[in-house]
Write a protein that binds this ligand. Structure first.
Ligand code: FMN
Length: 508
């Protein structure tokens, strides 16, 4: 299902009983985040929240703030227009496995696949709702904003941008979709990198060392030419999800968004640079990074690691224009001690791309990134093991695969283990390993947010082979079977169990 604005998505959430409206005035500084955090800790991610009267320094913003809109498995499925994320994954999987047809039935099936691809390519349009209000920074007059309600011609200071945590260096845009372009190939990238507000038309942009926009940026720094950047918020939530998806460098995330929403993304040119953004976005912030300027201090920021990331040097982004819908909703998230909204976004990503993992590693049954591992710190993988040292192959393979390079600990278990049950994985890990034999230590790139690595951006890694061992893996002893009740007895006990329980309740 395609959403033509964030408001449409929010209304759909409300119809599904997934949204709570908050009509009281709530401060964008610390208060929205405190309420959101409490909601995010509710079972299964709680509800999405719409703050209808967010305040900035005591004045009510005309733009409501939507938080936690993607913060549950059900809401993530809604972002993908499906009843479950697995459905979207199965659809992507069938696309990946498409083969030349050998008969009429297969040709028909392939035609179905081709129909799905119809929407993938973005479509250029002349204008769109994201241009209902256009504010060019060089044309700003005086007298903006008066009384208790802000007017709708915002600079960054007028937008309901959150300060989430007490020690944050200021206000941060937390769900920004950042569009950049490779100056050599003109390939477009969409990534999500937080934006720190430093003035009415100045921000920091936190694209980390190993991310695609940082690679684009390095090319502009090498040539000394201005780097155009466009940041947008809202529109179809599939855009924000696609911006976070770990697609290979060179693959345009708008293709994924088009695939998910089953409708081509309508793209419109920016007012003050040549980049294109979705015409149905809620806000667009246009501007540039000037490689001739020194990097600036960015942070500190209460991060998804559960700790503050310290001040570091990042490029300055100069805003040249802000355009928006008249009835725009400002989407935001709050990151911090897990689980938060980003856990559900990350889990959806892993599920969606499972068919791709399985194409490279057919023995993989399932992968889980438990919330405690804040994305990459901890990865559980189950495999159908058929030969010695297959678990080690999987560890090294994953460390070499895109953003899985950030994984600090990878635990490999046998096919029958439910990797989403952390207790079961720990049981197998503790019982199935001989540390000297089954632990692999190595080095590699690390998440720059990881405060435990001695240096930023690289560190050590540990792999645990918790599968049952074969003689060729240095285990000459027989491997014992795990204890399980006989299946026929279990069926009998199942029936008896209800009867016994009923009797117990009656006795109580
Ligand atoms: C809520 C949220 C905030 C994020 N903030 C950042 C950030 O500030 N910097 C960064 O490099 N990655 C951040 N990420 C992760 C990237 O969006 C993610 O790695 C994405 O795949 C990067 O895209 P790229 O591979 O096209 O560079 C964030 C992810 C989420 C879900």
């Amino acid at each position: 299902m395609a959403f033509e604005s964030y408001r449409e998505f929010v209304e759909e959430l409300e119809r599904a009983g997934e949204l709570v409206r908050i009509r009281e005035e709530v401060a964008t500084e610390l208060e929205i985040s405190a309420i959101s955090e409490r909601e995010m800790f509710e079972p299964d991610g709680g509800k999405a929240l719409l703050f209808e009267r967010p305040t900035i320094a005591g004045r009510v913003s005309p733009f409501p703030v939507a938080v936690n809109t993607m913060g549950s498995a059900r809401r993530m499925a809604m972002v993908m227009g499906k009843s479950t994320v697995e459905e979207a994954a199965a659809e992507l999987g069938s696309l990946m496995k498409a083969k030349p047809p050998m008969n009429a039935r297969e040709a028909l099936k392939l035609a179905g696949v081709a129909v799905q691809l119809r929407h993938v390519k973005p479509k250029q349009v002349a204008s769109g709702p994201c241009k209902e209000v256009v504010v060019r920074m060089d044309e700003l007059g005086t007298g903006r904003g008066s009384g208790s309600v802000l007017i709708q011609d915002p600079t960054l200071l007028d937008m309901p941008i959150l300060k989430c945590w007490p020690l944050d260096g200021g206000r941060f845009i937390t769900l920004p979709c950042v569009v950049t372009e490779d100056p050599d190939t003109r390939e477009v990238n969409l990534g999500m990198y937080r934006i720190q507000v430093l003035g009415p038309d100045l921000t920091g942009v936190h694209w980390q060392l190993q991310k695609v926009a940082a690679r684009h940026g390095r090319r502009y720094y090498e040539t000394g030419t201005r780097m155009p950047v466009a940041i947008f918020l809202g529109g179809d939530p599939a855009y924000a999800f696609s911006a976070t998806a770990p697609l290979p460098d060179g693959l345009n995330e708008f293709l994924l968004a088009g695939f998910l929403r089953k409708k081509a993304v309508p793209m419109v040119r920016c007012e003050t640079n040549h980049l294109m953004v979705p015409a149905n976005a809620d806000f667009v912030i246009e501007g540039y990074v000037d490689p001739k300027e020194p990097l600036i201090d960015e942070g500190p920021f209460g991060d998804h690691t559960g700790f503050y990331t310290p001040i570091d040097k990042y490029p300055a982004f100069h805003v040249t224009a802000i355009t928006h819908r008249r009835q725009a909703i400002y989407p935001a998230t709050v990151v911090g001690i897990p689980p938060k909204e980003d856990f559900y976004m990350g889990s959806a990503s892993v599920k969606l791309f499972m068919p791709i993992f399985q194409m490279t590693f057919p023995e993989i049954v399932d992968i889980a990134l438990p919330a405690e591992g804040v994305f990459h710190n901890l990865v559980f993988v189950s495999i159908r093991k058929t030969y010695p040292y297959q678990a080690q192959k999987i560890m090294y393979g994953l460390w070499g695969m895109g953003q899985m390079m950030f994984s600090k600990y990878i635990v490999v278990v046998d096919a029958e283990v439910d990797v989403h049950d952390t207790s079961e994985v720990l049981f197998r890990w503790m019982s199935n390993t001989d540390p000297a034999r089954d632990i692999v230590m190595t080095h590699g790139p690390a998440d720059v947010l990881d405060h435990a690595t001695p240096r930023v951006g690289h560190g050590s890694k540990m792999g645990v082979d918790a599968t049952r061992k074969l003689p060729a893996e240095g285990h000459p002893r027989p491997w014992p079977p795990i204890i399980a009740t006989d299946a026929a007895v279990m069926d009998k006990v199942d029936a008896l169990w209800q009867k016994l329980k009923k009797l117990k309740i009656e006795t109580d």
